[in-house]
Design a protein around this ligand. Sequence first.
Ligand code: SAM
Length: 286
Amino acid sequence: MNYLTASLALKAASLSPQTRAAYHFLARLKSKRRPFQKTHVDWLLSSLPNTPMKILELGTGWTSTYGIIPSLARQDCKFVCFDVKDIRHTCSKFKESLNYNISEYFSNEGRDSEISKKIVRAISKDNIDDIYSEFGVDYCVNEEGVPPYRDGEFDVIYSFDVLEHIPADAFSRIAKKWYDILRPGGRFMARVSLCDHTSYWADRSIDKRYLGYSQSVWRNILENDVQYINRLSASQIVEIIEDVGFVTLEKSAEQIVGDFRVHPSYKWQSDTDLRALSLLYIGKKP
Ligand SMILES: C[S@@+](CC[C@H](N)C(=O)[O-])C[C@H]1O[C@@H](n2cnc3c(N)ncnc32)[C@H](O)[C@@H]1O
């Protein structure tokens, strides 16, 4: 499928609540196992303080892989998986995908027996909620995208490939809520994909093709709701997060190499931002 066809198909899928529901249903039905990045979990675990904590994962997605695997590695911590919409797979696909990802992360030799027992018990369940209970992980959805928790309730909040989907005009308000529910001294960690999600549909490439179109062509022709990306640059995201009060401890951005088209309406961005494919961010609430 070429880029324009993919854009129009995604736009058509965004037309009404019914087409959006049909899109999500078909996407779930057709989707293969989402590639699991062991390095994401390693990055998270290596940055977590070594004390018992309450931890919130934002945008847990189809299988809560990035919530459940860390919960197995850190059984002294309570994990809560949050999403704006329940997009989880059916129970059998959920189990298959989770089991595969857990085996990728913990080799049979590397598993302690408690982890193995938990996995066996969880995989025997016929209901997704029972699987979460077996792992001691909570799951929560709020359609406004605002986690419904008390101020200072969490020690760490993290997400993988979620912040690029937060509507640009709501980002500050939602980021303020993350700040509020984190305790003073708590960490906010995020990996943000900055690539064009339509490209991924069109030819499975990872690039920043949207930068080649004017703002009005993007808004009127190419943008869609089902694969919405806010097109905020890495610097803009960091600026919003700092504006709500976080102090940046670490940030780095993977860079795209080679030439690509940049429309004049994006030329104000630095070369580093234009080339940034993903952002890794760690901040602290003072
Ligand atoms: C690309 S998926 C990533 C899923 C998962 N983190 C992973 O890497 O497999 C993006 C996720 O962000 C969620 N999302 C979008 N807006 C959100 C918000 N305001 N708060 C929390 N999650 C959100 C979507 O529902 C979806 O589950």
